[in-house]
Design a protein around this ligand. Structure first.
Ligand code: SAM
Length: 196
């Protein structure tokens, strides 16, 4: 059951380096930042990475000058992130749906939305809105193609994400990713949306 931290923690325990871990930040950090900077995202802004795993993206965002919180509810993920990157990032072992931290200027969402059971998507989007300041940005990388495999990750059609996001956000950018990791090329798309 993916709603429980034990599900994920067991994967970290059994696999050490689970299949989704790329041992480094996704190249989509660069692509999403290039989209978000003209929209007002500046160094020093407070960013959160929900479902941060071993913290690669959070650490890269900190290196780019942001004040970053890396949040994950699996204890082994947070321990692994601390071990790799130390306290450059504020790590938090917490559930995204219930954390009392925030609000932040922006969310960097890479393989967290798609890790959710699809039934939780409306609640997940609402939670993202609650975790942001007014006008804050939700940046996300999502899969529209998971090669027919059962999730997680769960694929979502671009049009379905637009419908979900528009309940709480103004969608500013929604299109295929161009700088995906080679293992994911042609299967990812990007969202930048502003909290209404
Ligand atoms: C597929 S992994 C991706 C990890 C990381 N983003 C990466 O790309 O390496 C999904 C992560 O989301 C975390 N997660 C899932 N549901 C969560 C929730 N409700 N609150 C916090 N973390 C959650 C899991 O523990 C897991 O580390």
């Amino acid at each position: 059951m993916t709603i429980f931290p034990d599900y994920w923690n067991r994967l970290y325990e059994e696999e050490g380096r689970p299949g989704w871990d790329m041992d480094g930040a996704t190249p989509l950090v660069r692509e999403l930042l290039e989209l978000a900077r003209p929209l007002g995202l500046r160094p020093g802004c407070g960013l959160v990475v929900p479902g941060c795993g071993y913290g690669h993206d959070a650490a890269e965002l900190e290196a780019q000058g942001f004040t970053v919180t890396g949040l994950d509810f699996a204890p082994l993920a947070v321990q692994g992130a601390m071990h790799r990157y130390g306290n450059r990032v504020a790590w938090s072992q917490a559930d995204w749906f219930t954390t009392r931290l925030g609000p932040w200027d922006a969310i960097f969402d890479h393989t967290c939305f798609v890790a959710m059971d699809p039934i939780r998507r409306p609640a997940y989007v609402e939670t993202c809105a609650h975790r942001l300041r007014l006008g804050g940005l939700w940046m996300a990388a999502l899969f529209h193609d998971v090669k027919g495999k059962p999730g997680p990750p769960h694929a979502i059609e671009i049009a379905d994400l637009r419908r979900l996001a528009e309940a709480h956000f103004e969608v500013l950018y929604l299109a295929d990713a161009t700088e995906s990791h080679p293992r994911r090329a042609g299967r990812e798309f990007l969202l930048v949306a502003k909290k209404r």
